[in-house]
Design a protein around this ligand. Structure first.
Ligand code: SF4
Length: 323
């Protein structure tokens, strides 16, 4: 049964009259066609959410009988309400040339990593590498990741659990966003086998560039007297307890801190407040990816600990959300 048929069955089973559709940016091109198809086949009204959708951490409530979320695997520890995860497995793996291109850069014992999009390829790639003499480990999933070897931008559990068994990692995917977090977890080499480019590369200088930017943000925040601690309203990003702890920690150091609750963390929404620096407990990647957009320092929680002297710069850690 294909995924649309499975969805139609769920719509019928729930007797849904209205269906909400949530697409990440990269899948917006499919929105109109899918809404049309579902309306025609199920006799329902579809509402396409035009808000951004960043991950399975970000399933917004909608005034509908059923929410259909595309492009992300559900986070096992979350209790979603009326949500159908529309599974979009990647295309079949027909050409392994991009994996072959990675081989000269790989150690003999290697951990295999990817995103949900290419997860279906891992068994075939594992077998291919094993035939070539490599020992391949694929980390089992945990509370926030659904599939073996799957990385999130905020959760590197599947890399961490195999670290003692491997001397390096092979990431199957197209960008640096996911594997860069692994580079902060370990000094072991990380090779990216990119199926879109059909080639392989190492994660060379990116870590150093990020560290320089983070060092600058931390240095700028050292003079701050008033901190704003951001807490997300998104289902898989909310860390209220941590925000309270950070507020208490700031106050212990004689600094002022207030908690700010928001859905979309964006520079425009932080304008105007009498705050010297921000600490973001929402998606850990906002401070890293959007660093140039924020006028005031935007720190991750481990970076805030460095500012307060509770953690040493040498112990810098990438922020992860662990359930
Ligand atoms: S919190 Fe950020 S990195 Fe983690 S899944 Fe959500 S959008 Fe991705």
């Amino acid at each position: 049964m294909d995924e649309t048929e499975r969805l139609l069955e769920v719509i019928r089973g729930r007797n849904a009259r209205t269906v909400g559709l949530q697409f990440p940016v990269g899948l917006r091109t499919k929105a109109v066609e899918l809404a049309q198809e579902i309306e025609a086949k199920a006799g329902v009204t579809c509402l396409v959410s035009a808000d951004p959708s960043f991950g399975a951490c970000d399933v917004a409530d909608m005034p509908v009988d059923l929410i259909v979320h595309l492009g992300h695997a559900p986070m096992p520890h979350l209790r979603y309400n009326r949500v159908f995860f529309y599974d979009l497995p990647g295309p079949p793996l027909t050409d392994l040339a991009f994996v072959d291109a990675a081989e000269p850069m790989l150690p003999k014992r290697v951990g295999l990593l990817t995103t949900t999009q290419f997860r279906g390829w891992l068994p075939q790639i594992k077998e291919h590498l094993e035939k070539a003499g490599y020992e391949v480990a694929v980390g089992e999933p945990d509370k926030r990741v659904a599939y073996a070897g799957q990385l999130l931008g905020c959760d590197y559990h599947t890399a961490e659990v195999v670290t003692k068994d491997v001397n390096g990692y092979l990431y199957i995917g197209t960008g640096e966003f996911h594997p860069i977090g692994v580079a902060f977890l370990t000094d072991k080499p990380i090779v990216i086998a990119d199926p879109e480019r059909g080639s392989a590369r190492t994660l060379a200088d990116l870590k150093d560039r990020i560290l320089r930017q983070r060092f600058a943000a931390i240095a700028r925040a050292k003079d701050a007297k008033v901190f704003g601690i951001i807490v997300s309203r998104k289902i898989g990003q909310v860390r209220m307890e941590m925000a309270r702890d950070l507020k208490a920690l700031a106050e212990k150091h004689g600094l002022q801190a207030n908690i700010f609750l928001m859905d979309l963390v964006s520079p425009d929404f932080l304008e105007g407040y009498h705050v010297d620096a921000w600490v973001n407990t929402a998606c850990p990647r906002i401070a890293i990816e959007d660093v140039l957009q924020y006028k005031k320092p935007l720190l991750t929680p481990p970076e805030f600990e460095i500012v307060l002297g509770e953690r040493k710069w040498e112990d810098y850690a990438f922020d992860e959300i662990r359930a």
